[in-house]
Design a protein around this ligand. Structure first.
Ligand code: NAD
Length: 493
């Protein structure tokens, strides 16, 4: 029988007020694997109410006390390593090789990181005068809404939840409607770790009702959002009614620049990794490849040869490195971009069709797809496809490569491949993106800030910078001398 999940509100597992449920589909098989509550605005209101009740006591704990809860949660995640990995593989189609070795251990590590780093958070004393003392303190925001995408269902919520919790906020989490199960399980583990009832609430349902009700809610101080740029724009609009803070981690169309002196074999390895990891469903995936004309043919041939070796198929097989796309509609969207690229005159070098093997027949698979002879005026070179589809462009000078890389509405990440570190650094300075890697692409650490510019959003996840995103800086002024000596009082006398 299909398992029926409930949502977490105020420490209780409950159904949606309407009783409605949504099907959760395994994208590798097309089968319904579970049902999750299809909540609505009334459920959001209950979850926010529970968070409002719980917030003051959680904020009043010491950071050390909150930190210990996060450490316990980190241990519980590793204690349920295989179970969580299998759940994410089932609901999202990520290969088990990835969820076991990447997603789940990283989730545990993120909680550890936030548990530690928040304890080093400080305020300032400010030198405004001998007659007074001015200082800043960091305070929790209160209730925060965390809205997350499906491409890394667990990791994306942990990035936000860890920072929001350790800084003393109560959270209402809205996971992706197509893949909410891992987040619900994380909510359960959070309770087991000692997060008090109401401090973490998880409500499932469609973005345009549940997500939007959360953004609209007057008692929610901030929305931490990761998702599509179009949704981010809508969230900014809705949040403006209550002048709510929003953190926006949005889409990307990321450039991969191979200079004439690059080590071509490592660039090819990096290219395959950054284009096809998670089936290209990564905000920072490399999708626009700019290759120096002297290397173009060799790079294209080696890249295609290496991409052919990517083992896609059944994600529950430990040998599989690339699974399906997350849902049928997304597969269709990716395929429509492939057709568009063909029409625009891009030369298909690899893939471009559904694989036809026994273990990919029922799922939402697209094979690794590489186009050559591309240019930036092609629509598929401007839009975020969010699938295993990339285009190659040849350039003559580093200046041209930078101009091509910057010719996008996005600004999330880019990489430069060169043996000359000085050139790499110079180009990194000229590329408009939140992260530029030199001789690497798609590597993120807890310690390093993550977030884009332009239409890739604003604000930072990870690093010490995220602590500022989930706290308010309050200035406190203390008079030290008493009234008679204050010259400005004379202005009214
Ligand atoms: P999406 O915008 O469709 O959905 C993200 C979340 O927002 C989901 O939980 C969804 O239900 C909710 N939502 C949808 N409409 C809403 C509304 N009107 N109000 C409030 N919430 C709403 O994005 P997606 O398809 O789930 O994820 C893919 C996108 O996420 C890609 O664009 C990708 O680049 C981006 N992403 C960015 C980063 C980053 O760090 N910059 C990381 C991962 C993914």
């Amino acid at each position: 029988m299909t398992e029926e999940y409930k949502v977490l509100i105020g420490g209780e597992w409950v159904k949606a007020g309407s009783g409605e449920m949504m099907d959760i589909i395994n994208p590798a098989t097309g089968e319904v694997i579970a049902k999750a509550p299809k909540c609505g605005p009334a459920d959001v209101d209950k979850a926010v109410g529970a968070a409002v009740q719980a917030a003051p006591a959680w904020a009043a704990k010491t950071v050390g006390e909150r930190s210990k809860v996060l450490l316990k949660l980190s241990q519980l995640i590793m204690g349920h390593h295989e179970e969580l990995a299998k759940l994410e593989t089932m609901e999202h189609g990520s290969p088990i090789r990835k969820t076991m070795n990447f997603d789940v251990p990283l989730c545990a590590e993120q909680f550890e990181y936030f548990a530690g780093v928040a304890r080093a958070m400080t305020g300032e004393t400010l030198p405004v005068g001998p007659w007074c003392m001015s200082m800043t303190v960091r305070e929790p925001l209160g209730v925060v809404g965390l809205i997350t995408p499906w491409n890394f269902p667990a990791l994306m919520v942990v990035w936000k939840l860890g920072a929001a919790l350790v800084t003393g906020n109560a959270c209402v989490v809205k996971p992706p409607s197509i893949a909410p199960l891992t987040t619900l399980r994380l909510g359960e583990l959070a309770m087991e770790a000692g997060v008090p009832a109401g401090v973490v609430n998880v409500i499932t349902g469609p973005g345009d009702t549940v997500g939007e009700a959360l953004v609209r809610h007057p008692d929610v101080a901030k929305i931490g959002f990761t998702g599509d740029t179009v949704t981010g724009r809508r969230i900014m609009n809705v949040a403006s009614d209550t002048v709510k803070q929003v953190g926006l981690e949005l889409g990307g169309k990321n450039a991969f620049i191979v200079l004439a002196d690059a080590d071509i074999d490592s660039a090819v390895e990096g290219a395959v990794w950054s284009a096809f990891f998670n089936s290209g469903q990564v905000c920072a995936a490399a999708s626009r490849f700019y290759i120096h004309e002297s290397l173009y043919d060799e790079f294209a041939a080696k890249f295609v040869a290496a991409a052919k070796l990517v083992r896609y198929g059944d994600p529950t097989n430990m040998e599989t490195v690339m699974g399906p796309l997350a849902y049928a509609g997304h597969r269709d969207k990716v395929e429509s971009y492939i057709e568009e690229a063909k029409k625009e005159g891009a030369k298909l070098l690899l893939g471009g069709k559904r694989p036809d093997t026994p273990d990919t027949k029922k799922g939402f698979f697209v094979a690794p797809t590489v186009f050559g002879n591309c240019n930036n005026s092609m629509q598929f070179m401007q839009d975020e496809i969010f699938g295993p589809v990339v285009g190659l462009v040849s350039f003559k000078t580093p200046e041209e490569a930078v101009a091509l890389a910057n010719d996008t509405r996005y600004g999330l990440s880019a990489s430069v491949w060169t043996k000359d570190v000085r050139t790499g650094l110079a180009l990194a300075g000229q590329i408009k993106a939140g992260t530029v890697w030199v001789n690497e692409h798609l590597i993120v650490f807890c310690e390093t800030p993550w977030g884009g510019c332009k239409q890739s959003g604003w604000g930072k996840d990870l690093s010490t910078m995220v602590l500022e995103e989930y706290t308010m800086t309050k200035h406190i002024y203390i008079d030290l001398i008493g009234q008679p000596m204050k010259p400005w009082y004379g202005l009214l006398k």
